[in-house]
Design a protein around this ligand. Structure first.
Ligand SMILES: [Zn+2]
Length: 631
């Protein structure tokens, strides 16, 4: 076993690169205060963690570890081949949560689960409840679909989160033994292949960052370099499904399974940054730009193919077939965050903001006990309310469901919410950069400030300096790309960075005003599925029309709108033109139907949809053309 020492636990943050333009803050340096995100983070702590643990017990996925330790596998095994990872992601969430709050109840539950996980580890470090025992498939006999190395990745990330928040504990030692096992089996002289699902890559780099052990970084680099050279078998979806079609260094765009693609890209940035590989970093940066330009939904969601949970071709972004898996949004945030730290450009934080407000905030139910797995942009028929006590197969989940046969998304949300404050701000030698706007307190060794805001309901953000060096430094505030007309202390500022360099004093106040009037957004005409439609956005929030807000008899699917939105009594309203679809039995070759009347269509934040019972919903609204004025 590698002898591991950790010099300090001062990088309590999900990704801690040792190089790059910006440095992340520790979760003890930045915390949310009451507001949009703290409410959700608190619900995650109070309800979601317990809810997830309940379901992991009830489904037997946690019990698999007991069965492994007691020699009752394979007969006793429950769940899919990757179910171990849901336990690891819960442990990661608990580690961040305990590190953030010191919650002793969370700590107790964490320790109880860790004991059960640790008991199942085999003497050589291998740990997986689905492979390797008599009656089970042999270890590493199915790299395409087995998810063994992927599972180690989540185990290692959980161990890293614990080491960074509380110091190395039993779980961390389990993770180190597993990582050593992976290095042994898949090292330069071992099996020259990769896992069908990327995830070990960012995990091993973080373990390197925690321990300083270069063999973990070297192993991550090997995995990144191997993939793309057709080391896995071809499958029905093609090798692009697991990014084994083209090496990361040569790929032009993210493709294949969206979660795998974003995790891999995140790990590739990690490897590039730690090895000083500018060419590799450029490659992922290029892929990010191409993916944002051609393969990303307005919500920031990624993945438009249900069949293989994958990115579609360029501009194939149908709203009613949006897969937009919640996990892909988590992967996208992981990737953009790493590129933001590497390059310091605000466009990465722009996409993080879009994704947080329109996917990460959309998925969980208000009570933290239900989740969207996919995040459609157009619901044509009202969904079916899932039974609160039943596991649902994910394809059938048209409303937020308590648990899924594949339940990757709830645990991914849990670890993201528990560590959310980490994404708010960074530091560099010049000063402090604020990327995301939320009520928060920041207290680093050099700078302190309190941020007050009701964002995204209101556009005013007040930053009050509480700690400052005596020398001048730069406070940088991200001005979102849509914020034309923003002002900083009353002076106009442009999208990008607004920078204030001066000698600050405690008590100084800086006021940023972001314009939040609703804006009409038209799509690139090459996105044929929404050609002729518009969406309405307000600040970072994508709005949608929902059937429950329409008068009886008005069909949301037959509505067209005028390209103008205004705020009225606290709601954004567009004028809709109603029509009666001809419905002749053959849906082609019919004349445009005459308009039958107008109706006010109140628009709501997309993240609020489906919280008032089953409804139909659409983000993209067909535009009324000149021939269809109300009669
Ligand atoms: Zn998922």
């Amino acid at each position: 076993m590698t002898h591991v020492t950790i010099s300090s636990i001062d990088h309590a943050t999900p990704a801690a690169p040792t190089a790059g333009r910006l440095r992340p803050l520790d979760l003890r340096e930045v915390s949310l205060r009451p507001g949009f995100w703290q409410r959700r983070q608190d619900t995650n702590r109070r309800a979601s963690l317990e809810h997830i643990e309940y379901w992991l017990e009830r489904t037997g996925w946690l019990g698999n570890f007991d069965a492994a330790a007691e020699g009752r596998l394979p007969e006793a095994r429950r769940g899919r081949e990757f179910s171990d990872t849901e336990i690891y992601k819960l442990l990661e969430a608990m580690a961040w949560e305990h590190g953030r709050t010191g919650d002793t109840a969370v700590e107790e539950r964490y320790r109880a689960i860790v004991r059960r996980v640790a008991a199942a580890q085999e003497p050589d470090g291998y740990l997986n409840t689905n492979f390797g025992r008599p009656g089970q498939a042999p270890r590493y006999s199915d790299l395409e679909w087995g998810h063994e190395i992927y599972s180690f990745g989540h185990l290692i990330q959980a161990g890293v989160a614990r080491a960074r928040t509380a110091g190395p504990d039993e779980l961390f030692q389990v993770a180190v033994r597993a990582a050593d096992h992976v290095c042994e089996v898949f090292g330069p002289d071992g099996i020259a292949s990769v896992c069908g699902h990327a995830e070990i890559e960012p995990a091993l780099v973080e373990l390197y960052r925690v321990t300083g052990e270069r063999r973990y970084l070297e192993q991550a680099r090997l995995f990144v370099e191997r993939r793309g050279n057709q080391v896995l078998s071809d499958i029905e979806f093609g090798r692009s499904y697991f990014q084994d079609d083209v090496p990361a260094r040569q790929a032009e765009v993210l493709r294949g399974h969206a979660v795998r693609a974003t995790y891999l890209a995140a790990g590739t940035v990690d490897v590039a940054v730690e090895t000083g590989d500018a060419e590799l970093l450029d490659a992922v940066t290029r892929q990010w730009h191409a993916t944002v330009a051609r393969r990303t939904y307005l919500t920031g969601g990624m993945g438009s193919r249900h069949q293989d949970e994958a990115f579609g071709e360029d501009f194939v972004l149908p709203p009613d077939r949006a897969y937009s898996e919640t996990c892909a949004a988590v992967g996208s945030v992981m990737l953009s965050w790493r590129l933001l730290l590497a390059h310091g450009d605000p466009e990465y934080a722009d996409l993080i903001e879009r994704t947080l407000f329109n996917v990460i905030a959309t998925s969980p139910a208000d009570d933290g006990r239900g989740f969207f797995y996919t995040n459609t942009l157009h619901q044509r028929v009202p969904g079916t309310e899932p039974e609160p006590d039943k596991l649902v197969p994910r394809a059938a989940s048209s409303l937020r469901a308590p648990w899924f046969a594949v339940s990757c998304c709830p645990t991914n949300l849990a670890r993201t919410y528990a560590s959310l404050a980490a994404y708010l701000a960074t530091v560099d030698d010049e000063g402090l950069q604020i990327h995301q706007y939320a009520a928060a307190s920041i207290n680093t060794t050099r700078f302190g400030c309190e941020i007050d805001t009701s964002y995204p309901d209101e556009g005013r953000i007040t930053v009050r300096i509480t700690e400052t060096p005596e020398t001048p430094w730069t406070l940088s505030l991200r001005i979102p790309h849509w914020a034309t007309g923003a002002t900083l202390d009353g002076r106009p500022v442009q999208p990008g960075w607004a920078r204030l360099r001066r000698r600050f004093s405690p008590g100084d106040v800086v006021v940023l005003d972001l314009p939040l009037q609703p804006r009409i957004t038209a799509p690139d005409p090459r996105i044929d599925a929404i050609r002729g439609c518009v969406a309405v956005e307000r600040g970072p929030v994508v709005l949608c029309a929902e059937s429950v807000d329409l008068p009886p008899g008005v069909d949301l699917n037959a509505l067209r709108v005028l390209p103008h939105a205004e705020e009225r009594d606290g709601a954004v309203v567009v004028t809709g033109l109603t029509a009666k679809p001809a419905g002749s039995g053959w849906p082609y070759g019919i004349a445009p139907e005459p308009t039958t009347g107008t109706v006010d269509v109140p628009l709501r934040p997309y993240h609020r949809w489906a919280r008032r019972g089953p409804s139909t919903m659409r983000v993209w609204l067909p535009l009324a053309d000149g021939r269809t004025d109300p009669q």
